[in-house]
Design a binder for this molecule. Structure first.
Ligand code: ATP
Ligand code: MG
Length: 316
């Protein structure tokens, strides 16, 4: 009886955990985690980002690499080894907390290999076990998954309620998605509630419509039917991406700074050259806002669809 209750509590706590997954590198997983997290937090939602990457690009996007809060994944590793609740770093931005990734996650592989030998695939549930006690404090949790790292991604898929999958429209991104579809099916054996929240096209030029069509058909095939897609895509904007990582600022933060820069002619008049922030930041920030709205409404629609079933269960 007690075990069933705690399972239900775990399920409830993890109901808004969204793993951002694609086996292919460089398709926007980290950029989307950082920017959606930052914008949700800016809009007043309590939000947590969990970084499962050894290279920890989230630290660059949010500007905390090498700072005193950057434990390079030691806290996450320690929690998983000791099976103790995660301890997020608070207020990386107002309302936005983070569990750092980094090089220390290297040591997770041998730990998990040995647990898998002893407990089988159920061992992957450990991330959910250490995340659930803190996840209930947040309205949305994003887990930024690494490329080509099966154990770390499997940990995320065994714990999350949802998968959000960014892809580029090239062959590599599509192959990465097919690999996710396989791991997704396996993960559902131990995490039956795992669902695909949606697929989002990342850094895809507006002229690539035909390619996008092919990409979307391949997504359907990979997930065995019709799969949800977000209408919003994140536009290709290299300078904004460079500004973001160079300055440790999110697109909507760059948008504010770009608007506050002196006019270009003032620079010419004063004879000083400064590195300017690309005005495209505003458009990119707008893409993330539109995606955020879609993500929220997809979550709300799914929760609404489940509500009567939950009530019926509660009455039984
Ligand atoms: N809108 C954009 N247009 C073009 N490039 C972008 C854009 N946003 C981010 N980038 C750049 O694209 C690259 C890949 O982005 P990102 O790191 O988010 O992908 P990822 O899927 O997390 O990669 P990895 O699998 O290596 O962790 C980065 O160099 C990033 O700076
Ligand atoms: Mg990344």
């Amino acid at each position: 009886m007690a075990r069933r209750t705690s399972n239900r509590e775990r399920e409830f706590a993890l109901a808004r955990v969204i793993a951002i997954v694609n086996d292919k590198g460089g398709v926007g997983k980290t950029s989307i985690a950082a920017n959606l997290g930052g914008q949700f937090a800016g809009a007043g939602y309590r939000c947590l980002l969990v970084d499962l990457n050894r290279q920890a690009n989230l630290a660059d996007d949010l500007g905390y690499r090498g700072s005193e809060i950057d434990d390079e994944g030691a806290g996450l590793l320690g929690s998983i080894i000791a099976r103790t609740p995660l301890r997020p770093v608070p207020d990386i931005r107002p309302q936005l907390d983070v569990v750092c990734g980094g090089a220390r996650l290297e040591d997770l592989t041998p730990v998990m290999v040995s647990r898998l030998q002893n407990h089988g695939r159920d061992a992957f549930r450990v991330l959910g076990d250490v995340l659930a006690p803190v996840a209930r404090d947040y309205e949305v949790v994003f887990v930024d998954c690494p490329p080509e790292s099966t154990i770390l991604t499997d940990l995320a898929l065994a714990s999350a309620r949802w998968v959000l999958m960014p892809t580029k429209s090239d062959l590599g991104g599509l192959l990465g998605m097919t690999l996710v579809a396989e791991r997704f099916t396996l993960a559902r054996e131990i995490n039956a509630r795992l669902g695909l929240l949606g697929v989002v096209l990342f850094a895809t030029g507006s002229r690539a419509r035909a390619v996008q069509g092919e990409a979307l058909a391949a997504i359907d095939e990979a997930f065995g039917g019709s799969s949800p897609r977000f209408e919003t895509s994140i536009r290709h904007a290299e300078r904004t991406a460079q500004d973001a990582r160079r300055l440790g600022k999110l697109a909507h933060e760059l948008e504010v700074e770009a608007a506050a820069q002196p006019a270009w002619w003032e620079e010419l008049r004063s004879g000083t050259r400064t590195k300017r922030i690309s005005a495209t930041a505003a458009s990119v920030a707008g893409d993330y806002r539109a995606l955020g709205v879609e993500v929220l409404s997809a979550l709300q629609a799914a929760e609404e669809a489940e509500r009567p079933r939950t009530r019926r269960k509660a009455r039984a």
